[in-house]
Design a protein around this ligand. Structure first.
Ligand SMILES: [Zn+2]
Length: 264
């Protein structure tokens, strides 16, 4: 089995602050990258223990949120900003069998979701797909699903685990943090977080071999509504032919193909 592993940082144990930890200019950003990479490594260990021989780690956090020098020897890292064109990245991802996310947070507006946000914590109020609020988990699972990769495992805070379990029944999760509010939480120790991630990733592979989940999809056609906090975000998008302005702060994208609408 070949595994494509997305990453984020706000769902990692030990990460609770935007300004101090997860923004690129944060004082403790280098530590954040190391914390996220060690959680990734715990997942890679679990995968390797089940015989997985190809793990591509795709750095998904805005400014880049992993430290290459700490990466598990069995993994490879897809990284760099700005990201490569979709046509290039899609061809790479399609060669993998399943996908997962490490360090994920819940969608914007989840009261007990630590560092909850959708894409930009500074700019986006919400994303709604066909009327239903969605976040980065659904975006990732739908996009990779369209490429043919089932979503089998997530680690993150409890709210992110709940979110993916509602979306994809049968998915495996590992919760490493319990959100009390947007910027406070109860984190497990690093050792316990790593143990849960390692065992969860291994379990997800075993489950996928015995009783495989299909690639995740939702029925189309698709209408994605995005509301921003500020009008300037919409001003910057209105020239795109696929973007319809609904009001000063809200846009809509429509397509029969989920890949056209799910990422801006
Ligand atoms: Zn994120």
């Amino acid at each position: 089995m070949k595994v494509y592993m997305g990453t984020d940082v706000e769902g990692c144990a030990g990460i609770v602050g935007f300004e101090t930890q997860s923004y690129g200019e944060a004082k403790y950003y280098e530590q954040t990258k190391r914390i996220a990479t060690l959680e990734v490594n715990a997942a890679v260990e679990g995968l390797v223990s089940e015989g997985v021989d190809d793990v591509l780690v795709s750095d998904g956090h805005g400014p880049g949120g992993l430290s290459w020098e700490d990466l598990h020897p069995a993994a490879k890292l897809l990284h760099g900003r700005p990201v490569a064109p979709r046509s290039v990245r899609d061809a790479v991802a399609r060669a993998y069998d399943v996908c997962m996310i490490i360090g994920q947070h819940a969608l914007a507006g989840t009261a007990d979701g630590t560092l909850n946000h959708t894409q930009s914590s500074r700019a986006v109020d919400y994303y709604r797909l066909n009327g239903k609020p969605i976040g980065e988990i659904a975006q990732f699972a739908l996009y990779q699903g369209a490429l043919g990769l089932p979503f089998i495992f997530l680690s993150g805070d409890e709210a992110a685990c709940r979110e993916v379990e509602e979306l994809i029944p049968g998915v495996t999760t590992a919760a490493v943090k319990k959100g009390l509010s947007r910027q406070s939480a109860i984190s497990l120790s690093q050792a316990e977080a790593h143990r849960r991630i390692r065992e969860g990733a291994a379990e997800a592979v075993r489950k996928q071999r015995e009783n495989p989940l299909p690639p995740f999809t939702l029925p189309g056609p698709y209408e994605l509504e995005i509301r921003f906090f500020h009008t300037e975000s919409v001003d910057a998008l209105v020239r795109r032919p696929d973007v319809e302005r609904l009001d000063s702060q809200t846009i809509r994208l429509r397509s029969d193909n989920i890949m056209d609408v799910i990422y801006l």
